[in-house]
Design a protein around this ligand. Structure first.
Ligand SMILES: NC(=O)c1ccc[n+]([C@@H]2O[C@H](COP(=O)([O-])OP(=O)(O)OC[C@H]3O[C@@H](n4cnc5c(N)ncnc54)[C@H](O)[C@@H]3O)[C@@H](O)[C@H]2O)c1
Length: 309
């Protein structure tokens, strides 16, 4: 298949591009390189690359010519960055997705797979069981609201025009080549440098960490599914942030201490007590679900980043 990945030079996109190329697909990447280029040399040499903004209607139209599938991943993210740039965050989401939809119509693209987020569950996360896609969502930030808007927009587009759409709700993806806007690489860096590992709040807040290889495998399995769906990709395991910090200390064999500090005020809307997802729907649709434990995933990152000499 010919597959366009918007945001394909980012953390998830670059890993996905490598996997799709290795599976024999023809891959096109459109990225503004806002966060640099995470595509490895070999993959980069095998894809077609368009540098530019997903908000350019013309560019998206051109990049998606002849494509069967679009993975739409381009986005502004990172809690602090989004909190400081709410309008741009929403603009990239809304205009970018409109361009992807319009280009799909013009170029007869059959499948759109859109990167949504578990962040839209927000406080509905305080439930007994793992979050399923049926749970009432509660988006509270510009980022989460724009993601939810796009889920509904894509579903309505399926109703009206029949294009196959999947909104994928990612749960704290972590892995190789992630930058320290996110908690896992930030803790790794502090642990490796022997600095205090700084945890916001009590450290009892929980998250569901999904390893990158599992995430991109699941993304691939979702290609070709007809209809309109919202699908979690979650590891179905709940870890507190303190436990995450301790695991990273263990893996890196670090003497760092855990210190607890108040989260900056601008982070308050993002602070959620509990979050753990269900991948039952993913499994029902694809026969696949993430299986890498947090311990194994952290060990893999360590082995890749700090290979034995
Ligand atoms: N990483 C996670 O845990 C996670 C969780 C939930 C949802 N998501 C979603 O998954 C997608 C990928 O996330 P990621 O972790 O790879 O982030 P990332 O920041 O590494 O990748 C995003 C990419 O989009 C590009 N981009 C940003 N604005 C652009 C624009 N206007 N035009 C073109 N390109 C632009 C960036 O340069 C970057 O390469 C995003 O849509 C994100 O919201 C990620």
């Amino acid at each position: 298949m010919k597959i366009l990945i918007t945001g394909g030079a980012g953390f998830i996109g670059s890993n996905l591009a490598r996997l799709l190329v290795n599976k024999g697909h023809e891959v096109v990447v459109l990225d503004s390189l806002l966060r640099g280029n995470k595509l490895d040399k070999d993959t980069f040499s095998k894809i077609k690359f368009f540098k530019g903004d997903v908000r350019s209607r013309q560019l998206v139209l051109e990049a998606s010519k002849g494509c069967d599938v679009i993975f739409h991943l381009a986005a502004v993210l990172g809690v602090d960055i989004v909190a400081d740039n709410p309008v741009e965050t929403m603009d990239v989401e809304v205009v970018g997705t409109r361009n992807v939809v319009e280009a799909s119509e013009t170029n007869n693209v059959k499948y759109i797979l859109y990167a949504s987020t578990s962040g839209i569950y927000s406080h509905s996360a305080i439930v007994k069981n793992a979050l399923t896609e049926e749970v009432m969502v509660d988006p509270r930030t510009s980022y989460a609201m724009a993601k939810r808007y796009n889920e509904i927009y894509l579903a309505s587009h399926h109703e009206e025009r029949g294009i196959n759409v999947i909104s994928i709700r990612f749960f704290n993806v972590y892995g190789w080549n992630q930058d320290n806007r996110m908690v896992v690489p930030r803790f790794f860096e502090q642990a490796k440098n022997g600095e205090d590992i700084t945890v916001f709040g009590s450290g009892d807040q929980t998250r569901d960490f999904t390893y990158i290889e599992d995430t991109i495998n699941a993304c691939c399995k979702l290609i070709g599914i007809k209809g309109s769906h919202i699908v979690n990709i979650a590891n179905e395991c709940e870890w507190t942030i303190s436990e995450l910090a301790s695991e990273i200390k263990d893996v890196t064999n670090s003497d760092s201490k855990l210190t607890y500090i108040d989260a900056p005020k601008k982070r308050y809307d993002y602070e959620v007590e509990r979050r753990v997802g269900s991948s039952k729907k993913l499994f029902k649709l694809t026969g696949y679900k993430p299986e890498t434990s947090l311990k194994d995933g952290l060990q893999k990152i360590f082995d890749i980043n700090y290979p034995k000499k």
